[in-house]
Ligand binder design. Structure first.
Ligand code: ADP
Length: 621
């Protein structure tokens, strides 16, 4: 890991490269090599003397494991011009797949792959953080932290960004990177169905819970009336409708002004990210629990794409990044946060004074069993037996440090379970549009387009807390799964398959007749395009093109909705609602936005919008 830490700190280090003078035929080459779940494809660009870019393309590697390899290995290969780089810890097979596929590209470009394997990777000792002064200190190098660091640096501040783990990225790197926003250009071809109209009417018909809710609803009602009068058959959306849906999905516990601040700035933030190197595909879809067709995704359907781009940007702007550097406590002077005490990569205590402010971006507490048991007010059992798909760094440190500095906490009892934690090791999930969930009895039990808390509660009530997601060959192809990848996933026991629904049922060990009846009924609902018996409203296509595929899932702890209370400027508030000067926070460490249930695809814009705002505001101090 040291080498990767050094790679991330490339701007600060002098790195010794022992690359032999190798000549390549300049150009871009593609190759695949076997990973954990099948072939991993890479595209490598060469100039005459060097590998200039390594991009990971199509693959079926496990989400939550592949991200560190996908981020670290290409970066290390380019930094050191070597194939003798370290594999990412916990992702050996994914790392080796990238290395071997790059070796193939090296050969295609006329280079000597053997020689590159022998190139020694030597990084000089890392620059370890010592007592110092800066303008802005950002704690936590995940989505919110990088966004804050880039934004603060762009606004002229000297920035130190610290990360307690040996690798950057946090949960943002592990997630699918889905970014919800109203986007008239991206959504312009999406049709509006009768069921979606019904969904709007339903939310507009709800009783007002506050003046702010009533005001927002009136705005959406006016937009809705104008939309109906226009006769449009394309998707209805607006920042206000996004806000109203977010509040509704969180049972109106979220702070209306904070939710509005988020949805009003989401499209602007998407464009800001694009300007700062993040690439989005053209497709706008509905990720699980997103409730509406406004989820934007990156080419690898991974938060790693976002982190890689923001990290490169941050380093280019002179942000000083220190890995294995843990913030322990905030320094308070006359009621103002003026810095932090940290443990550096050598285990020494150091003090960083930050004249313009400290931005807390340490993420949530899903990986801290004690904290989640203490605060949980939602689930019957969320202790040791429940897994989490979070980064090990999600231990609530920012909440603990914030509390000691007098911060108010909001929404701590609301903890999101991810309904879709893979049991069989992988599959095709995450897209609501054409998938069907069934239990061990071969029956559906929930509307697949429901809120995540409803999906999770539904799943926990099934036999063995387990369910399957079924899709057909058409959907698999749409999600980029080639026959080769599907074949591998089936042979590795990650997916079940059958040419008919009955064959699939047999392979999953569920009653065939029941599953056949379930699929037939589902297809009838798709044809009718209306709300079905479970309340599902989002339909795309019938499940009728064999072969059919299914894989098994069970819920796990995914996101903690509560945390430090902030205002629209991301200033942290104390228990009396007053701003704590010099103290900002963004991302999962904050509370008050998602209410009882976070909408799928809202966490990434939450972290990145408020990170950007925090950076700009701190820099302006
Ligand atoms: P968000 O989505 O809010 O950005 P992430 O989980 O993506 O949250 O990132 C939070 C990052 O903060 C993680 O990389 C985590 O390891 C890091 N972190 C957590 N606690 C500390 C701490 N005490 N000091 C430094 N970094 C921390």
């Amino acid at each position: 890991m040291k080498k990767f830490a050094a790679a991330a700190l490339a701007a600060l280090l002098s790195v010794c490269l022992f690359a032999t003078a190798l000549a390549y035929t300049p150009g871009t080459y593609t190759a695949s090599a076997q990973g954990n779940n099948g072939p991993v494809t890479v595209t490598v660009t060469f100039d005459e003397n060097a590998i200039t870019d390594v991009k990971v393309g199509q693959n079926a590697e496990t989400v939550g494991i592949r991200e560190t390899a996908f981020e670290q290995v290409p970066m290390a290969i380019v930094t050191y011009q070597s194939l003798g780089v370290d594999v990412a810890s916990g992702a050996t097979n994914s790392s080796n797949a990238i290395i071997n596929a790059v070796a193939d590209c090296v050969a295609q470009a006329g280079g000597d792959a053997e020689a590159l394997f022998a190139v020694e990777v030597v990084a000089e000792e890392e620059v370890v953080l010592t007592d110092c002064e800066t303008d802005v200190l950002v704690i936590g190098a995940g989505g919110a932290g990088f966004s804050a660091a880039v934004s603060a640096a762009q606004n002229g501040a000297k920035v130190i960004l610290v990360e307690k783990l040996a690798a950057v990225g946090g949960n943002t790197l592990r997630c699918g990177g889905a970014f919800n926003t109203y986007n008239p250009e991206g959504q312009k071809d999406i049709p509006m169905t009768a069921a979606l109209k019904e969904a709007v009417e339903e939310v507009l018909a709800k009783e007002n819970t506050s003046d702010a809710h009533a005001e927002l609803k009136a705005e959406v009602q006016a937009q809705w009336d104008a939309y109906l009068a226009s006769g449009s058959d394309k998707l209805f959306d607006s920042p206000e409708w996004h806000a109203l849906q977010t509040l509704d999905a969180g049972d109106y516990i979220g702070d209306v002004k904070m939710v509005r601040a988020l949805t009003a700035d989401a499209l602007n933030t998407l464009h800001w990210l694009t300007d700062n190197g993040v690439v989005w595909t053209d497709e706008v879809s509905t990720v699980v629990g997103a409730l509406w067709n406004r989820s934007h995704q990156t080419p690898n359907v991974s938060g790693a794409d976002i982190i890689t781009a923001l990290q490169a940007n941050a380093l280019a702007q002179g942000v000083e990044l220190h890995l294995e550097t843990k913030a322990e406590e905030l320094i308070m002077e006359e009621g103002r946060v003026t810095g932090a005490i940290l443990t550096n990569a050598k285990g020494e205590k150091v003090t960083v004074k930050a004249s313009k402010g400290v931005i807390m971006a340490t993420g949530g507490f899903s990986a801290n069993v004690e904290m989640r048991v203490k605060y949980n007010g939602q689930w019957s059992d969320i202790g040791e037996t429940m897994k989490t798909n979070n980064s090990e760094g999600a231990t609530g440190d920012g909440i603990t440090m914030g509390l000691a500095a007098g911060a108010n906490l909001v929404g701590m009892e609301w903890i999101q379970l991810m309904p879709l934690n893979p049991v069989s090791g992988g599959g095709i999930s995450g897209y609501v549009n054409s998938s069907l969930y069934f239990n061990k009895e071969g029956e559906r039990f929930v509307a697949e387009d429901e809120r995540r808390d409803v999906l999770a509660a539904g799943a926990l009530a099934q036999t063995d807390k387990l369910f399957f997601i079924l899709c057909d060959a058409e959907e698999a192809a749409l999600r980029g799964r080639t026959e080769q990848v599907l074949g591998y996933m089936v042979s590795a026991g990650m997916m079940y398959t059958g040419n008919t629904i009955a064959e699939l049922a047999q392979s999953c060990g569920v009653p065939a007749e029941a599953l056949e009846a379930t699929v037939a009924k589902f297809n009838e609902a798709v044809a009718a395009d209306t709300k079905d018996e479970f309340g599902r409203t989002t339909w795309e296509s019938a499940i009728d093109v064999g072969p059919f595929y299914a894989s098994s899932f069970s819920p796990c702890v995914h996101h903690t909705m509560g945390g430090l209370q902030i205002n629209e400027k991301t200033e942290v508030l104390d228990v009396n609602g007053n701003v704590i000067p010099g103290f900002y926070a963004a991302g999962e460490v904050t509370g008050g936005i998602h209410g009882t249930n976070r909408v799928g695809g809202n966490a990434v814009p939450d972290a990145l919008c408020f990170g950007k705002i925090a950076g700009a505001n701190a820099a302006a101090n």
